[in-house]
Design a protein around this ligand. Structure first.
Ligand SMILES: [Zn+2]
Length: 578
């Protein structure tokens, strides 16, 4: 039941939407109202999409071309205390609402209903500089994208749009399945549909990630590729008789399963599953991969005529040295008509070969920032993975070649890294620290921002987490013990002054609303700092308290069935997996 104060209409936010009520505009109004309610406890009234109605409004939404593609403008209105958000187009309006919401201090400790809505972010126009501001969800390993209730994933996609994200790619990872008709494969097709439709609902162009020669686990042994170390050992050699035919048959079935969506990108990927080391395919990236990719790209053109093909160079030079780069560049020098974009970025670094030679002539690059794996194993196991300083460093080496990019995401524990990448593509000149500050003020509270920024950079420099005693734990477990007396189970060699970030976050929390302190973004950040303290005190030994923290991470990430790479390593989880 509402109290008198809560039902007092004078404390509600009045929103007037002057833009035509298209599905995306309605969605934008809905996201604005929902966020004000859930994060700030503020109800909205007079939501009149398409209406010009007169009278006072706290927030006016409008669309007016002329600002710049996907841009927006935020102004204070003639009405005292009111704001006007004008999108150049529908997407621009949504991105303007995103920035507006981050500037309203919704996590403030002082109840907003008393003070009224107050935006203190930047005013004036803002226009994105790079056209492709994407995200890649690795939908596998029973990570968040694979296992969380799909409504949570859809919600998360919508929240990424508020940072200017305009593209989303997902992976139908074949090796999990027997074939396209495998009931489990059909479940995944349906799930990916839901995620991609949610993305389209907030104006994103959607894409499919593929490995050039990937396969179901039923692939004929005689056709299988000579494996690289990270293979699933089901990949197909495209040079063996019948190999490419089977690759294309299975790919066609898979593309057709998504043909009802307006697919905008199809990526063709070389490694780290994928590839073939046989003499006829070697060196893969410049030889077998190019032939394989051309055949797949032509198939993509036939099945999904509007899709652009993105050729990835992931791990080029990693296994086969510079010759595969040389041959790949020679192939691109012939300007093949089946390549639209080239994607570059390896494990945490922009490829030295591309830095030295520049991109292949005539092609724009998309980057593929590593935001999920660096400094922590399992990847999100100890709470947040934070990489703002490293992302700034890598960005500075490649930004001048990019049309945008798709950070590689294994879950929600690196949400801050995503905001950094999306906003660097929005404004390549912006300092990452400024983005971190906007994130802290927007997701937590303005009064918490400085302490959070300080804690974030400390936590980043403290990352090098692992379950260093996993083998000893497993050995004891399998010899009938409980794995309880292993000694140091966790390794955190880079952690220095662990109490400091936790104290900063606890100080910040005291300036945040109870709602903001309960939100999962805050919990994952706080749990990371708390785990660093707890495991430093215990000398890396498991404790009941650490287990409770790990279990909370597992709960937030829906990681109860997660594979090792994406689990939070409580003792219970280790017993399940080892
Ligand atoms: Zn081969």
């Amino acid at each position: 039941m509402k109290t008198d104060q809560e039902s007092d209409m004078s404390t509600a936010v009045t929103v007037r939407c002057e833009a035509e009520a298209t599905p995306l505009v309605l969605k934008t109004v809905d996201i604005l109202a929902r966020t004000l309610r859930e994060r700030g406890g503020l109800e909205t009234t007079n939501v009149t999409a398409g209406g010009k109605g007169a009278g006072r409004a706290d927030v006016v939404l409008a669309i007016e071309p002329g600002i710049g593609t996907e841009g927006f403008r935020i102004e204070s209105q003639e009405t005292p205390g009111g704001w006007r958000i004008t999108g150049n187009d529908e997407r621009g309006l949504l991105y303007g609402v995103g920035r507006f919401l981050r500037g309203c201090d919704l996590g403030s400790l002082s109840p907003l209903r008393d003070a009224g809505l107050a935006y203190s972010g930047r005013l004036g126009p803002a226009v994105p500089r790079l056209p492709v501001r994407g995200m890649y969800f690795a939908t596998h390993f029973h990570n968040f994208y694979h296992d969380a209730p799909v409504e949570e994933v859809e919600r998360y996609v919508e929240e990424l749009a508020l940072w200017g994200c305009n593209a989303l790619s997902v992976w139908f990872d074949m090796h999990h399945y027997a074939g396209i008709d495998d009931p489990a494969a059909q479940v995944m097709v349906a799930r990916l549909h839901a995620i991609l439709k949610a993305a389209q609902g907030v104006g994103m162009v959607v894409g499919l990630t593929t490995l050039a020669n990937e396969a179901y686990h039923t692939s004929p042994v005689a056709l299988r590729a000579e494996p690289f170390p990270h293979h699933y050992h089901v990949e197909i050699c495209p040079t063996r008789p019948g190999g490419l035919d089977l690759i294309l048959k299975w790919r066609r079935e898979m593309l057709e399963a998504f043909a009802d969506l307006d697919i905008g990108y199809v990526w063709i990927w070389p490694y780290d599953q994928g590839g073939c080391k046989c003499p006829d395919c070697k060196p893969w990236g410049g030889n077998g991969f190019v032939r394989n990719s051309e055949a797949v790209a032509r198939l993509v053109r036939a099945v999904l005529p509007r899709a652009k093909t993105v050729i990835s160079t992931w791990e080029f030079g990693y296994w086969e040295g510079d010759p595969e780069w040389d041959l790949f560049y020679a192939a691109m020098a012939r300007h093949p008509d089946w390549v639209d974009y080239i994607m570059a970025e390896g494990h945490g670094d922009f490829p030295p070969y591309v830095r030295k030679h520049g991109p292949p002539a005539g092609y724009t690059l998309l980057n593929f920032p590593e935001i999920s794996m660096n400094g922590m194993w399992p990847w999100g196991g100890f709470g947040v993975n934070l990489q703002p300083a490293r992302l700034q460093k890598v960005w500075n080496t490649c930004r001048h070649w990019l049309a945008g990019g798709f950070p590689y995401s294994e879950g929600i524990y690196e949400d801050l890294n995503k905001a950094v990448c999306l906003q660097l593509c929005w404004d390549p000149d912006r300092a990452v620290e400024d983005i971190v500050r906007e994130y802290a003020a927007g997701e937590f509270a303005a009064a918490a921002a400085e302490d959070v920024v300080n804690a974030v950079y400390r936590l980043e420099s403290n990352m090098q987490h692992s379950v260093s005693g996993a083998d000893a734990f497993a050995k004891q477990l399998h010899s009938g013990g409980g794995g309880e007396s292993v000694g140091a189970l966790y390794g955190l060699p880079a952690v220095k002054e662990p109490e400091r970030p936790l104290a900063l976050l606890d100080g910040a929390a005291a300036r945040m609303s109870p709602r903001a302190r309960q939100a999962w973004r805050w919990r994952l950040l706080w749990l990371r700092a708390a785990l660093d303290v707890e495991l430093s005190r215990s000398g890396g030994q498991a404790t009941d308290r650490a287990d409770a923290y790990f279990e909370e991470v597992n709960g937030i990430s829906h990681a109860d069935g997660a594979e090792w790479a994406v689990c939070a390593p409580s003792r219970r989880t280790l017993k399940r997996l080892l």
